[in-house]
Design a protein around this ligand. Structure first.
Ligand code: FEO
Length: 170
């Protein structure tokens, strides 16, 4: 059986990941309305990845006999006033999610829950990748997003992102 605190944190993380999906859907909707279909696509794919993260947590809890209880998902509350806003808010959000994952890892570590630590290893790495990608997008936007040709080119790049299922198998 999982330690009660670890199980509770993992259960809460399901909600946080679903909120992430909701937040990125909101970003996608914003860019779509701005006519940037590529940016919209990028965040739509990101929302799908976040849903996957939630499903992995849910499945992990079920596989380990822990109770899963779903809570309401909060409404995305970011005010998006410029094309750069979602990119910067996305990085901040990923840094926050990293802190949450580390907090669960810390709880697992303190009770010698090696199984959960191993499960979370994938998420620790994933967060590194997500923060790096978010940071790269900001840098590209700063460098190339200032004129219409650069923006068009970035939008075309982001349009090419396709969804792939997570590499983690439980
Ligand atoms: Fe599920 Fe973007 O972390």
């Amino acid at each position: 059986m999982l330690d009660a605190k670890v199980a509770k944190l993992l259960n809460e993380q399901i909600n946080k990941e679903l909120y992430s999906a909701y937040l990125y859907l909101d970003f996608s909707i914003y860019y779509e309305a701005e006519g940037l279909d590529g940016f919209a696509n990028w965040y739509m794919v990101q929302a799908q990845e976040e849903r996957d993260h939630a499903m992995l947590m849910l499945q992990y809890l079920q596989n380990n006999g822990a109770k899963v209880s779903l809570e309401a998902v909060a409404k995305p509350d970011k005010t998006l006033a410029s094309l750069m806003d979602p990119l910067k808010m996305g990085l901040e959000h990923e840094q926050y999610v990293t802190s949450l994952i580390h907090n669960i890892y810390d709880a697992a570590y303190s009770v010698k829950d090696f199984r959960t630590m191993q499960f979370l290893d994938w998420f620790v790495k994933e967060q590194c990748e997500e923060e790096k990608t978010a940071d790269d997008m900001i840098k590209k936007m700063e460098l190339f997003g200032g004129d219409s040709k650069g923006l068009y080119s970035l939008d075309s790049e982001f349009a090419a992102r396709v969804y792939t299922a997570p590499s983690l198998v439980l």
